[in-house]
Every structure is written in C-alpha cells, then in structure tokens.
Ligand binder design. Structure first.
Ligand SMILES: C[S@@+](CC[C@H](N)C(=O)[O-])C[C@H]1O[C@@H](n2cnc3c(N)ncnc32)[C@H](O)[C@@H]1O
Length: 414
C-alpha cells in the first residue's frame, strides 16, 4: 500500500469540510468507504475517492434560496474596524447606507476614501472617538473587533472589566449609540478561546448594556456565494425592548470554486484583471513545483516533507493547508494577510506563485473596480482581513429583514 495515495481521516475531513464523525458515518453507510491502514487499523481514504466526491459536493445545484430583502426606508450603519471595506461594501450592496466608518490603519482609510469619496471615514484609534452623536442617527453598529483575551473570573463580567480591549470599545460604542441591532464579527476560534470563557464574557457584557444576543453561529462563507472556505463567528445583539426575531441568512446550496473566482463565469463576467503580486522565495518555489493542484506537503518526497515541515512533520493533524496548491474545481482555502507566509501557502493551480492582489480580491468577492491603496503587502493585508463582500451582503439582507419587521411593528396599532 502506497500511503502517499491515501488521506488520513482528519485530512479527508479537512478537505471535504466535514466532521470526522460524518466521515465515519459515511463509511458505515457506504457513501464513502474507508480502507484500513494495515499497521494501525485506522481509517484511511483513497485520494481518488475523495477527489471524486469533491465534485458532486461542490457542484452547482439549482438554488431556490433567495435572502434578498428591500429596505422599507433608509437604514444607516456605523461600521467600526472597517478595514478596506469588505463588510461595508456588502452592507451597501444590501441597500444599507454607511453613516460613518472608523479605522486606525491609514492605508485602509485611504482605500475607503479613494473608492467612496462620500463616505465619512473617521481615521484614528477607536479609543479616541465618542460616538454619542450617532445615537438615534443609525440603526446598526457593526464591527469586526480584533480579539484580545480578558480575564473572566467565572462571574458575570461587567463592561468595565473588559476595558483596554477592542471588544470594550465595540461595546462602549454600542452603548453610546444604542441602535436596534448590533453585529460583532470575529474568527471562528473565538468560540473556543479560553475554553469559551472569552465569548461568555462578551455575551454577559452585551446583556449588561441592554442587548440580547441571538444564539451565536459560525457562518461558512462558501454557503454565501464566496469561493473560499472562510468561517466567521457572528454575534447579533438585539436591543432588549425589541421583540422581533432575527434570522441568520439561509445558506445557499451552490458552492463556487476558484475557477468561478478567477475566470469569466457565474460570479464575474470577465477573467480576473492582471495585477501585481508576491513571489515565493526560490526554495519554496522549488518545493511547491512538486505539488499538484489540490495537493499539499504530503505530495512531496518523504525527505522533503521532513525538511519542509520541520517539527510539524511529527505532530498530529492533517495540516492540509501547508504547501497547498489550490485546484480550479474547489473553493480556495482561507486567505491570510500575507500570501507567501509559511504554513498557509495557497499556490495558484497552474503557476507556482501566490495569488496576485486582484486574484486575492476576487476570492474575497471584492468588485474589480475596488482599488486598494498602499504597498502590495498593505493591499494583501487589507484584503486578507476583510469580511468577504458577498457574505457581508447576505448579512446585510438579514439586517434589513429584521429592521423592516421592527419598524413595521412600530407603526401597527397595538
Ligand atoms: C478584521 S479587520 C476588519 C475588516 C473589515 N470588517 C472588512 O470587512 O474589511 C480589523 C480592523 O481593525 C482595525 N483596528 C485595529 N485596532 C484598531 C483601533 N484601535 N481603532 C480602530 N481600528 C482598529 C485594523 O486596522 C483592521 O483593519
């Protein structure tokens, strides 16, 4: 048995985006039979079987889902930690007006101003701003606050206990503005950060400042017309005087892949424009030259695997993101802030190089017209940090639906 031709259970689970439990069940049901590694008796999977399954799993299925919703009146958002505007573009596409955006990074602010000269970009550290003047002026406060731990003593955590963190600034702003709905966005890892205590602390702070938090969900970007396996946690706070149900956007069946991102097709009506991009250092290029599309470090000769992976070679887990070349017929793995960084290589399918700036932007579903300011590495950072625009749009529709229901309920006689 040539082990190179097989995936372990955890690798197969990572590649298919399913849990190990699901794969064990599929093995029992015969949907995806595993074979047993002769020495350990562990389940392993023929690469061919996995690759054959990717296509039907990700192939386009007719969708009857439509989350779109027209605003009944003009809704306004105050967008915090706005970056290069991924979420803001999405909300705009859903018909929500940006009343103001706060961002500390000067290049990201230049990007916002360059593309939307009319947007009110508040440049600077959020700590230095008071947002009380937006009270009664905006319907939504959003923010992808960078996550920092705060100590949670197992008691109810108060707002003041979080002082010094950016979540504190998010919550303080929500308190000052007091909108009907607020949305916090973060990496999926927030759920398990400090064994879930950080998230628990955040929920109790939102409760203290007068917001009920809808059961927290992780949204998978691939379910929202984004050709990338990015996952984001969403915290939706509803002001306590409001008794209207918020519903998360429904996931679409259709899954888009790299070809949809970079070539003319269902997502874009032209091929990706040419642009600047990073290069791999010579050694990395030589290594990645040996990896086929959809392959990763395990496709290298054993001695090179050991050399390239270093200590990681001996640690468990699939690490299918290392020395990875993306295939045309699969969604990209999550893009990071720097495309040539070790352990998260996402190589172009045909050429041994990272994705260019405009390819990056497409995988995050930015419009081709959206310009990024600053050096190439600043541009990658802004794009890698963003909420994919199409995911932002679907979140936007869910907010519009909620606000439509809320404002209609106010005008109904009791
Ligand atoms: C994850 S990114 C947000 C991405 C954005 N929501 C989007 O969709 O493009 C977080 C942003 O917070 C900004 N940031 C970090 N510290 C800040 C601070 N103290 N005040 C304002 N912005 C800050 C960073 O510069 C970064 O652009």
């Amino acid at each position: 048995m040539v082990i190179k031709d097989y995936y372990s259970l955890s690798e197969a689970a990572e590649i298919l985006g399913k849990s190990k439990e699901t794969l064990r069940r599929w093995d029992k049901d015969g949907k995806l039979p595993a074979v047993r590694e002769p020495m350990s008796d562990y389940r392993i999977y023929k690469k061919e079987d996995i690759n054959n399954l990717i296509k039907p799993l990700f192939d386009n299925i007719e969708d009857d889902i439509d989350n779109s919703e027209k605003p009944l009146k003009e809704y306004k958002v105050l967008e915090l930690f706005a970056g290069a505007g991924g979420l803001a573009i999405g909300l705009e596409k859903a018909g929500i007006k940006c009343a103001a955006l706060n961002e500390i990074d000067k290049w990201a602010c230049q990007t916002l101003r360059e593309n939307r000269p009319n947007w009110n970009v508040l440049e600077g550290d959020i700590k230095t701003f008071n947002f009380e003047k937006y009270n009664g002026e905006v319907d939504i406060v959003t923010g992808g606050f960078p996550c920092q731990a705060f100590s949670y003593a197992g008691k109810r955590l108060g707002l003041e206990d979080a002082r010094g963190t950016l979540f504190y600034e998010f919550a303080r702003t929500v308190k000052e503005v007091n909108p009907p709905i607020c949305i916090g966005e973060n990496v999926k890892g927030l759920r398990s950060h400090e064994k879930g205590e950080t998230l628990k602390g955040m929920l109790s702070i939102l409760d203290e400042i007068g917001y009920n938090v809808v059961p927290v969900q992780v949204l998978k970007a691939i379910n929202y017309k984004v050709p990338q396996k990015r996952e984001r946690i969403i915290l939706v706070g509803i002001r306590k005087d409001i008794d209207i149900k918020y519903e998360y956007p429904k996931p679409y069946q259709t899954i888009y892949n790299l070809s949809d991102a970079l070539k003319k097709g269902k997502l874009y009506d032209s091929n990706v424009p040419k642009s600047e991009g990073a290069k791999y250092p010579q050694h990395k290029k030589e290594v990645l030259d040996l990896v086929p599309p959809k392959g990763y470090w395990r496709d290298l000769p054993l001695d090179l695997q050991k050399e390239y992976m270093g200590k990681s070679f001996y640690l468990g887990g699939g690490k299918t993101g290392m020395a990875r070349r993306i295939g045309w017929d699969e969604p990209s793995l999550t893009l990071t802030c720097s495309p040539a960084q070790k352990q998260t290589e996402r190589c172009h399918p045909d050429e041994t190089r990272p994705f260019t700036v405009r390819e990056y932007a497409r995988i995050q579903t930015f419009p081709d017209e959206w310009k990024f300011m600053g050096s190439v590495s600043q541009q990658y950072k802004q794009i890698g940090n963003a909420v994919p625009c199409n995911l932002g749009k679907e979140i936007g529709y869910s907010i519009v639906k909620f606000l439509n229901d809320y404002y209609s309920s106010l005008s109904k006689p009791k």
